[in-house]
Design a protein around this ligand. Structure first.
Ligand SMILES: O=C(CO)[C@H](O)[C@H](O)COP(=O)(O)O
Length: 243
C-alpha cells in the first residue's frame, strides 16, 4: 500500500468513532482530507454531524462535499476532533503545523472532549523532533522573535536552523495572519520544557507541540491498523491494539 492508501485506511478506521449527532473538529492536511471525503459519503447517506473546520482549506473542502459546518463561536464545545500529525511519539505527544494550521488546530482540539489523530506509520517516532517544529509568530518583531526562539532553545541544549516558512518568494501567512518559523532542533527530549520556554516569548503565538491533547492515535501500516491510547494518568502505560 502506498502512503495515500494508508492515509485512507486510517481515515476509514476513525469513522467507527463518529456517531450520529456529534459535533466534530475537522483537521487539516492530506490525511484529514481523506477523512473529510469519507465523512461526506456518510453524510450523504444520512449521518447527522456538524463540523468545525481547523482551516480555510478544510472549510472549502467540506463546503464542496456538503459536510455541514459550524464555527467555534456557534459551537464552542465539541465531542471529537479528528486530525493528522507530522509526528507522533509513544505518549501521543505530537508535532503539528506542517500544513500551517496549528493555531486553529490546537484551539479546536482543546475545545473537544477527545482528539483522535490519524496517520500512516511513517509519522510514528520514539522522540519528537525529526520534523522541524512549526512555531506561529506575530509578524511584528519577527527578527527579535527568531533570536529569542533560538536563545530559548539553546537554554535547553537545543540548536539548529530556525527558518521563516515561505510560499514562493513570499512568507507563508497563516489563516490567523501570522508567520511560521520552522525550527530544526533535532530530537526534543523534554517537550514540556520547550513548550514553556516558547510560550515565554511574547512574539510566539503558538507552537506545534501538542502535548496531552490526543487521546487516541489510529495508525495505518502494512500490517493493518494499530490503535494507540494515551495513558489516562501520568505514569500509567499506553495500550496498543492491533486490528
Ligand atoms: O498539522 C497539520 C496541518 O497544520 C497536519 O495535520 C500535518 O501537517 C499532517 O499533514 P498530512 O496529513 O498531510 O501529512
Amino acid at each position: 500500500m502506498d502512503a495515500r492508501q494508508l492515509k485512507v485506511e486510517a481515515a476509514r478506521a476513525v469513522l467507527a468513532h463518529v456517531g450520529d449527532g456529534m459535533r466534530l473538529g475537522i483537521g487539516t492536511g492530506s490525511t484529514a482530507e481523506e477523512f473529510v471525503r469519507l465523512l461526506a459519503e456518510k453524510v450523504a447517506t444520512g449521518l447527522n454531524v456538524i463540523g468545525v473546520p481547523t482551516s480555510e482549506r478544510t472549510a472549502a473542502l467540506c463546503r464542496e462535499l456538503s459536510v455541514p459546518l459550524s464555527t467555534l463561536e456557534e459551537t464552542p464545545e465539541l465531542d471529537l476532533t479528528i486530525d493528522g500529525a507530522d509526528e507522533i511519539d509513544p505518549s501521543l505527544a505530537l508535532i503539528k503545523g506542517g500544513g500551517g494550521a496549528l493555531l486553529r488546530e490546537k484551539i479546536v482540539a482543546a475545545a473537544s472532549a477527545r482528539m483522535i489523530v490519524i496517520a500512516d506509520q511513517s509519522k510514528m517516532v520514539e522522540t519528537l523532533g525529526r520534523f522541524p517544529l512549526p512555531i506561529e509568530v506575530n509578524k511584528f518583531g519577527l527578527r527579535a522573535t527568531e533570536i529569542a526562539v533560538a536563545a530559548a532553545a539553546a537554554g535547553l541544549g537545543l540548536s539548529g536552523p530556525v527558518t521563516l516558512r515561505m510560499t514562493g518568494s513570499q512568507p507563508f501567512v497563516t489563516d490567523g495572519g501570522h508567520f511560521i518559523l520552522d525550527a530544526s532542533f533535532g530530537r526534543i527530549p523534554d517537550t514540556r520544557a520547550l513548550s514553556n520556554a516558547l510560550f515565554a516569548i511574547p512574539g510566539v503565538v503558538e507552537h506545534g507541540l501538542f502535548i496531552g491533547l490526543a487521546s487516541t492515535a489510529i495508525i495505518a501500516g502494512g500490517d493493518g491498523i494499530q490503535t494507540v491510547h494515551a495513558a489516562r494518568k501520568p505514569g500509567s502505560s499506553i495500550d496498543h491494539d492491533v486490528a
